[in-house]
Design a protein around this ligand. Structure first.
Ligand SMILES: Nc1ncnc2c1ncn2[C@@H]1O[C@H](COP(=O)(O)OP(=O)(O)OP(=O)(O)O)[C@@H](O)[C@H]1O
Ligand SMILES: [Mg+2]
Length: 199
């Protein structure tokens, strides 16, 4: 069973490309979705977070993301504690999903995550697909989709690895700047390459 990464900068088009792979029958594991699932009510990671940051859980038992985000933003050392709770839970969930994709008879799964290279996850993957969009495109999409001003959009971009560095570390590149039909053609070509690489 192969596990390939799918990454790209903020608003580059990762989720759009992930849906294209899904439409071709590929099993995609969404790291963002797992990160939300592991802190749903009743999950052990939420109980741990609640014990450590009781003020970050609402009366109805759901996580108050905004409060927790603000707390660890102001207390960076607590972010490490939070990650020590969340990461093992996310990894376990990702592993379970990978096994489910394998049980469905697929030769590979695709792990979609924003920070594959930043967190050196590529070492444990069989190759990474990069969705490459120019900073101008990313900023424009953040303004349109998220209503950010140019300054805030630029600040979020600057927190990520430069595109050139990601290009060097990627095994396959899909263009996120081009019309969607062209992106889809490139995804189809990478899909065939993934099948080939999994033989
Ligand atoms: N090739 C494209 N042409 C035009 N618009 C696109 C293209 N790809 C993505 N978009 C649009 O850009 C926005 C961001 O795309 P998407 O959500 O797929 O990016 P993302 O990398 O998953 O973002 P995030 O970092 O927030 O998870 C969406 O509104 C999407 O519809
Ligand atoms: Mg996304």
């Amino acid at each position: 069973m192969r596990l390939f990464g799918l990454t790209g900068g903020i608003a580059s088009g990762k989720s759009t490309v992930a849906r294209m792979f899904q439409a071709l029958g590929d099993g995609v594991i969404d790291a963002d979705a797992l990160a939300r699932e592991v802190v749903e009510p009743g999950r052990p990671a939420l109980a741990k977070v609640a014990a450590r940051w009781p003020n970050c859980v609402r009366p109805d038992g759901r996580l108050d993301r905004a409060a927790l985000g603000a707390r660890v933003f102001e207390h960076p050392e607590e972010r490490l504690e939070l990650e020590a709770i969340l990461h093992p839970a996310i990894q376990e969930a990702a592993h379970a999903r990978t096994l489910a994709v394998e049980a469905a008879g697929k030769p590979y799964a695709i792990y979609e995550a924003a920070l594959v290279f930043e967190k050196d996850l590529d070492a444990g993957l069989d190759g990474v697909i990069l969705v490459a969009a120019s900073p101008e495109t990313q900023i424009q999409r953040m303004r349109e989709r998220d209503g950010l001003d140019g300054r805030e959009a630029r600040r979020r971009l600057d927190a990520q690895l430069p595109l050139d560095e990601k290009r060097r570390r990627a095994r396959w590149i899909v263009d996120g700047d081009v019309p969607l039909e062209e992106t889809r053609r490139q995804v189809e070509a990478v899909h065939r390459a993934l099948e080939e690489a999994s033989r």
